[in-house]
Every structure is written in structure tokens, then in C-alpha cells.
Design a protein around this ligand. Structure first.
Ligand SMILES: NC(=O)c1ccc[n+]([C@@H]2O[C@H](COP(=O)([O-])OP(=O)(O)OC[C@H]3O[C@@H](n4cnc5c(N)ncnc54)[C@H](OP(=O)(O)O)[C@@H]3O)[C@@H](O)[C@H]2O)c1
Length: 282
């Protein structure tokens, strides 16, 4: 979304001034001219930041809100969960015994990545900002270790958490954390470049210093955009739902009330004020 508020070339079209901000919503059908949908049906839409909208039947998807809240289809059973599923499994390629590090570890994508890593038999280390988030990652999500990047001695704490190096780094943040991680990667390790949140508001790109590690350690570093797996979303949702139903995936939401508060919540997310998947209820 932050990328769409800029003219810079990206994988998604930018939003023009005055246009409705893009974004997925879950909501209820109020009126329908298509037999496949009736009033009251819960649906996933791409109608953006607005209270009501009109969509073609082919542009909305029914969701089953009988077993999980409909909001889960915006998080753990939606785009962020699928990002974690395909990014970790297809690009990270975890094996039992691998050391996996994930940044923004308490967030919508990161929390799922780490838990899927545990299911795959990895030793999982999270990176998060502040004690409350770190306690959650360690004690609630069951990661093996966590590093608080706001504690003032990140490189030292990271080294202590992964003394023998890292096989997979799932990067949600970029910037100085990615640079430090480059220095901790093992030979033939993988880096999943999923997000660069530390750079989204920056006026200058971050100057990376440790690219040499990619060469020396033969690191496979690949960008991932969840839409590339669209044809396989069903497989991902089935996998995530199975683990969720088995109690193997924990999930947390951060809900702000009122569409007028959406911009404030969004700006807060870019500063880490959310704790879990950021949602706006209206
Ligand atoms: N490639 C794709 O297809 C795809 C799809 C979905 C999301 N993403 C990306 O995945 C990342 C996570 O998205 P999400 O929706 O799951 O958000 P999220 O992790 O729930 O929330 C964002 C978190 O980023 C952390 N953060 C913010 N500024 C930071 C900084 N300067 N340095 C380090 N961490 C910072 C904050 O956690 P702390 O308080 O712990 O710092 C914040 O809570 C984002 O970069 C997003 O763009 C990519």
C-alpha cells in the first residue's frame, strides 16, 4: 500500500490522488444481481478503503465465517498467510535442523513464517521491536529465540542467538537488519526478500555494505511477491487452515475502529505501533 502511494515503478499500479485507496476487505453482501451471492453472504473483496462498493461476482470470493472470524481471511488465511506459506516453502525451502531467522516476527507475515518454520523442524529465531513483542514471539508463538532490535546492541545479540549462522533469512524489513543478517548467513543459505518496511518512507535507498557475503557464501537471494502464486492459493489456504485447526498456528490482530482512523493506523504500522495483523473495522 505504501508503494502504491508513490510514482516509483513497482509491481502494482499506483493509486491516483482522489482515488479510493486499494486494499482488501471482508464484508457482507447487501444487494446482489448474481444468483451466486445473496444478501448476508460474507465475502472477501478488493473494494478498498470505503464503506460500500459495487463489484462483479468474479471479483469477490465467499468466505466461510462459521469456524473462524471472517477477518482471518485478511490475515492468517489470506494474503499475509499465503505470503508466509509460499515465501518460506518455495523460496526458503526449509529442512529439519535448518536455522531460520524472520524479521517483523510478531507481525502478520512474520508470525506465520516462524510458526511454519517450527512445523518444518527448523530452529526459529525472531527479530522484533520491544519487550512486549519479543515476549510474545518467544512465549506465545514458541520461537526458539528472539532478538530485540531496539535494545541497542543488535549485532551482538544476533550473534549470540545464531552462533553457528543462518540457513534461511525471511526478510520483512530490509535496511540495517538485512545488512547485519548478510553477515550471519551460512554457505548455500537462502534469503527471502519479502518486504523492506524500514525503507518504505525513506527518501534515499539504504546503502548495503555486506553484499560480498552473497558471493562468498553462494547465498540464493530472491524477491517474492505473493501474487505470483495466485494459481496455487487454494493449496496454501488448505495447508494453513489444517495447521490452524490443529492448534499449531497462533494468530493475533490489532483492530482500529472507524474508517476515519485508517490513515492513522497505517502510518502507525510503518512505525511498528501495530501488534499483530493490522485491521480497521468499519
Ligand atoms: N512480498 C509480498 O508479497 C508481501 C505480502 C505481504 C506483506 N509483505 C511485506 O511483509 C512485511 C510485513 O508485512 P505485515 O503486513 O505482516 O506487517 P506487520 O509485520 O504486521 O507490521 C509491520 C511491522 O514491521 C516492523 N517495522 C516497522 N518499521 C520497521 C523498521 N524500521 N525496522 C524494522 N522493523 C520495522 C514493525 O514491527 P516491530 O515493532 O517488531 O519493528 C511492524 O509491526 C512488510 O514489509 C510488507 O510490505 C510482502
Amino acid at each position: 500500500m505504501r508503494g502504491r502511494m508513490s510514482d516509483a515503478k513497482s509491481y502494482a499500479k499506483h493509486v491516483e490522488l482522489g482515488e479510493v485507496m486499494t486494499g482488501q476487505t471482508v464484508g457482507e453482501v447487501v444487494e446482489s444481481r448474481d444468483a451466486a451471492f445473496k444478501p448476508g453472504d460474507k465475502v472477501l473483496t478488493s473494494l478498498g478503503w470505503q464503506l460500500m462498493g459495487v463489484a462483479k461476482a468474479s471479483e469477490i470470493h465467499k468466505v466461510d465465517a462459521s469456524r473462524v472470524p471472517a477477518s482471518y481471511y485478511l490475515g492468517i488465511l489470506g494474503m499475509p498467510g499465503l505470503t508466509a506459506w509460499f515465501g518460506l516453502h518455495e523460496i526458503g525451502q526449509p529442512k529439519a535442523g535448518d536455522v531460520l531467522v524472520v524479521s517483523a516476527a510478531s507481525g502478520a507475515v512474520g508470525s506465520v513464517v516462524g510458526q511454519l518454520g517450527k512445523i518444518a523442524g527448523c530452529r526459529v529465531v525472531g527479530i522484533a521491536g520491544g519487550k512486549a513483542k519479543c515476549d510474545y514471539v518467544l512465549n506465545e508463538l514458541g520461537f526458539d529465540a528472539v532478538v530485540d532490535y531496539k535494545a541497542g546492541k543488535f549485532d551482538e545479540d544476533l550473534r549470540a542467538a545464531v552462533p553457528k549462522g543462518v540457513d534461511i533469512y525471511f526478510d520483512n524489513v530490509g535496511g540495517p537488519i538485512l545488512d547485519s543478517m548478510l553477515g550471519r548467513m551460512r554457505v548455500f543459505s537462502r534469503i527471502v526478500v519479502c518486504g523492506l518496511i524500514s525503507e518504505y518512507n525513506a527518501t534515499e535507498p539504504y546503502g548495503y555494505k555486506r553484499l560480498r557475503s552473497v558471493l562468498v557464501n553462494r547465498i540464493k537471494m530472491q524477491g517474492m511477491i505473493v501474487f505470483d502464486w495466485q494459481a496455487r492459493y487454494g493449496e496454501g489456504i488448505k495447508g494453513l487452515a489444517t495447521h490452524l485447526a490443529a492448534g499449531k498456528l497462533k494468530y493475533r490482530e490489532s483492530v482500529v475502529e472507524g474508517i476515519d482512523n485508517a490513515p492513522k493506523a497505517f502510518i502507525g504500522l510503518l512505525k511498528g505501533e501495530n501488534f499483530g495483523k493490522q485491521l480497521v473495522k468499519f
